[in-house]
Design a protein. Structure first.
Length: 134
């Protein structure tokens, strides 16, 4: 079971966005706020089905709002990249064996930065269910 630190996911995605978004600074900042909010939405999922549904909605939002288009770039091999492709490859598919919703099963971080802790029984129950299911 892969549990990822929510802070590190957002920090990495923000860095990627800042490096690849092809819009002016104000638009980049506004669009990042939408992306950040969408990542928060993913994190609140309570089940794999809920996460998958939220992920599909986020993908659609990024495409319809032009966020994905502002992040498109092509590498030397001619392969096209975008925020949606990056996020899926880096944080969904590659990190989540059998596409487990990694962001949705992470326990809430402790405000003082101590680290990971299971603070609420629903988080431990969800992790236990994922372990038993996989």
């Amino acid at each position: 079971l892969t549990l990822m630190c929510y802070f590190h996911v957002k920090a990495a995605v923000k860095k990627w966005w800042e490096q690849h978004a092809s819009c002016d600074a104000d638009s980049k900042k506004q669009m990042w706020q939408q992306v950040s909010n969408d990542i928060d939405t993913l994190r609140l999922a309570l089940s794999k089905a809920d996460f998958e549904s939220r992920w599909q909605a986020v993908c659609q939002h990024w495409k319809s709002a032009g966020i994905d288009q502002q992040s498109v770039w092509t590498d030397k091999a001619g392969e096209s990249h975008s925020l949606t492709k990056y996020f899926d490859a880096q944080w969904i598919s590659a990190r989540c064996h059998a596409r487990r919703p990694c962001l949705s099963i992470s326990p809430p971080e402790i405000a003082n930065g101590v680290g990971w802790s299971v603070l609420f029984s629903r988080w431990s129950d969800l992790v236990r269910q994922c372990l038993l299911a996989h």
